[in-house]
Design a protein around this ligand. Structure first.
Ligand code: NDP
Length: 304
């Protein structure tokens, strides 16, 4: 399994399995399918309400595949709470308690990566980051990071004299390449992890009940975009989804494709046996449209 260094002693596999919008009672089967297909990195979150199912899938697959806990890389995320949405903001104490509750649901002793799911208010961010630092010191999270943070948010942590996050999980795909933020992350040794890699596909979150505010626009755009990705996919003898995932990995970003379809789960994992040539990478570089659709960073309060 190809990995990228996250800290001096923690490696993150490039291929991860996303679980957003997988119901708790379907998560064990999907995670089991993914581990059998070779995924060794699983991404969940307190906010996905599926940690119990994800944990059950992990345990079953460890037994059936003869793997050790240390063979897997598991990420979960703190839901920070947002007073603007009527939710109490988590404090240092409730942050620490939140990971304990996640570990209980996952039935794990530690996670490999714990992230603050999103930035809301400044005081809250600093308190929560202090909570994550404490959790790492206690050995409950091997690495710690953030998600949907801008460079400004990370600078605030540094200015407060706190450690720099090990990773920032953000929406990254050919339509939202965020070159300035990625440069900042790489310069500061913060690993960018790509989520929603498959946004340009016309099939992205179109299943019943999984649509986002942008689904109709994405579907129309995806149908138009098919032509270019189709040409690249035919050239490499792979699917368009594999092209999108391979692009991210070539940029140095771990990816987290989500699927509940066993055939897609298997194909999405097959991204290390081919590569995009310079011409295709250059063509994709020109496709950037700016802000993302899953979590527009220009206005994080508009998150889904
Ligand atoms: P993805 O980019 O993984 O796309 C998933 C969608 O694409 C689903 O509708 C899936 O449908 C479809 N799909 C999957 N594989 C294929 C394929 N080979 N061909 C055609 N369609 C396909 O989207 P996500 O938004 O789920 O992002 C991935 C993961 O990143 C999440 O699951 C989550 O773990 C993480 N994430 C983190 C966020 C954050 O704020 N930190 C925000 C959003 C995501 P089907 O299941 O039917 O195959």
């Amino acid at each position: 399994m190809k990995t990228r260094a996250l800290t001096a002693d923690v490696e993150i596999p490039y291929l991860g399995f996303g679980t957003y919008l997988i119901a708790d009672d379907e998560a064990a089967a999907a995670v089991g399918e993914a581990i059998r297909a070779g995924y060794r990195h699983i991404d969940t979150a307190e906010g996905y309400q599926n940690e119990s199912g994800v944990g059950a899938g992990i345990r079953q697959a460890l037994t059936s595949e003869g793997l050790q806990r240390s063979d897997l890389f598991v990420t979960t995320k703190l839901w920070p709470g947002n007073p603007a949405w009527g939710q109490p903001a988590k404090t240092i104490e409730s942050t620490v308690a939140s990971l304990d509750a996640s570990l209980e649901r996952l039935e794990l002793d530690y996670v490999d990566l714990y992230l603050i799911h999103a930035p809301f208010e400044r005081d809250q961010r600093l308190a929560q980051w202090r909570g994550l630092v404490e959790l790492q010191q206690k050995g409950k999270a091997r690495a710690i990071g953030v998600s949907n943070f801008s460079a400004k948010h990370i600078e605030e942590l540094k200015t407060a004299g706190l450690p720099t996050p090990d990773a920032n999980q953000i929406e990254l795909h050919p339509w939202s390449q965020k070159p300035d933020l990625v440069r900042y992350l790489n310069d500061n040794e913060v690993t960018p992890i790509a989520y929603s890699s498959l946004v340009p596909l016309s099939t992205w979150r179109t299943a019943e009940g999984q649509d986002s505010a942008k689904t109709d626009q994405m579907k129309a755009d995806g149908e138009q975009a098919d032509a270019l990705f189709k040409v690249m996919a035919e050239k490499c003898g792979v699917s368009e989804a594999q092209i999108l995932l391979r692009w991210a990995v070539q940029q140095g970003y771990p990816v987290l494709p989500k699927s509940t379809n066993p055939e897609r789960i298997r194909k999405n994992a097959d991204i290390f046996g081919f590569s995009l040539d310079h011409e295709d990478m250059a063509a994709i570089e020109k496709m950037d449209r700016g802000d993302g659709v899953a979590w527009p960073m220009g206005d994080p309060t508009k998150a889904p």
